[in-house]
Ligand binder design. Structure first.
Ligand SMILES: Nc1ncnc2c1ncn2[C@@H]1O[C@H](COP(=O)(O)OP(=O)(O)O)[C@@H](O)[C@H]1O
Ligand SMILES: [Mg+2]
Length: 260
C-alpha cells in the first residue's frame, strides 16, 4: 500500500479486484486513528444509503485486534472499463487544503451550480442538498472539495454526481460547521443556512425545500436504527446523541430538549 500508486487521499489504501471482476478500494485502520475509522466509515456509508441517498457500496472487514478495514466499490470502473471522473476541487477551481484564501469556493450551492452547468439532471442537485444535510446530521466535517466528484456515464451520455464516498462521522466531537459552505459565506449548521440558498439546488422555493428537509431528517433518523448494529456501544451512543441534537438544530427547534 505504501509502495504502489494510490488513487489519492490522506489515508493508505489499495485497490483489489473481486472474483466478479469489480474493483474496490480497501482502506485499513491506522495506528494514529482517533477511533475505529473503518467501522465509522462503513456505518456512515450504510447510514447514507439507508436514508435514501446514493452512497458508494461498502463492506466492513473486522480483524482479530478489533480494528479492521472498509472496502469501497469503485465508481470509476465497471470491470476493465474506466469512467471519467472530475473532483469538486477541479469543478470549483479550488485548492484543498492549502489555500484558505479560496475558501469562498468551498460551497455546496456553488457545486450545485456546477452540476447544472455540466448538464447533470436536476435530481443530482437535490441529491447534493441531501448529502449536505446528511453530513451536517452525522457530523462529517471532512466533506472537503476532494471528497465530492462527478462521473461520466457513457450510457446516458452525460455527467452525473458520483456516489458519496469518504463519509466518516467525526470520531471526536460534534462539529458545528461543515467544510463547505451551506449557503453564501456560511459554514455553520442551522436550518437557516441549510435553506436560504435552496433555490440553487433546484427547489422551487423555501417551502418545497423545507418539506424535503423535514422528510429527509425523518429518513435519516429511521436509517440510523437500521445501521446502528454496525457500531460499538460507545460510538453508537455518541452518534445517537449527535443525531438527536442535529435533527433538533435542523428542525429549527430547541437543541436542549430536542423539541420543536
Ligand atoms: N468509491 C470510489 N470510486 C472511485 N474513486 C474513489 C472512490 N472513493 C474514493 N475515490 C477517490 O480516491 C480518493 C481518496 O479516497 P478517499 O475515500 O477520499 O480516501 P481518504 O480517506 O484517504 O481521503 C478520493 O478523493 C477520490 O478521488
Ligand atoms: Mg478523502
Amino acid at each position: 500500500m505504501v509502495q504502489t500508486a494510490s488513487v489519492g487521499g490522506a489515508r493508505p489504501k489499495a485497490t483489489v479486484r473481486d472474483d466478479k471482476g469489480q474493483f474496490w478500494l480497501v482502506k485499513p485502520a491506522i495506528a494514529t486513528d482517533a477511533g475505529n475509522i473503518p467501522q465509522l466509515e462503513h456505518a456512515g456509508q450504510q447510514w447514507g444509503a439507508a436514508s435514501g441517498l446514493d452512497f458508494a457500496t461498502t463492506v466492513f472487514h473486522p480483524s482479530m485486534a478489533g480494528l479492521g478495514a472498509v472496502r469501497v466499490l469503485r465508481f470509476d470502473r465497471s470491470g476493465d472499463r474506466r469512467h471519467m471522473c472530475v473532483s469538486a476541487a477541479s469543478l470549483l477551481q479550488a485548492e484543498y487544503p492549502d489555500d484558505l484564501s479560496q475558501a469562498e469556493r468551498w460551497s455546496y450551492p456553488r457545486l450545485a451550480d456546477e452540476l447544472r452547468l455540466v448538464g447533470a439532471p436536476p435530481q443530482d442537485r437535490i441529491e447534493l442538498f441531501g448529502r449536505m444535510v446528511f453530513n451536517a446530521v452525522c457530523g462529517n466535517d471532512d466533506d472537503h472539495v476532494r471528497n465530492h466528484a462527478i462521473v461520466y456515464r457513457a450510457g446516458e451520455r452525460r455527467w452525473r454526481l458520483a456516489p458519496a464516498f469518504d463519509v466518516v462521522p467525526n470520531p471526536v466531537e460534534t462539529p458545528g460547521r461543515l467544510h463547505m459552505q451551506l449557503c453564501l459565506g456560511r459554514f455553520d449548521i442551522s436550518r437557516e443556512t441549510a435553506l436560504v440558498d435552496s433555490h440553487r439546488f433546484g427547489f422551487s422555493g423555501k417551502a418545497e425545500a423545507a418539506g424535503y428537509l423535514d422528510a429527509l431528517l425523518g429518513r435519516i433518523t429511521a436509517g440510523f436504527e437500521r445501521i446502528a448494529h454496525w457500531l460499538d456501544p460507545a460510538p453508537r451512543r455518541a452518534l445517537h446523541e449527535r443525531l438527536t441534537h442535529n435533527v433538533a438544530v435542523l428542525m429549527g427547534g430547541d437543541t436542549r430538549t430536542g423539541k420543536r
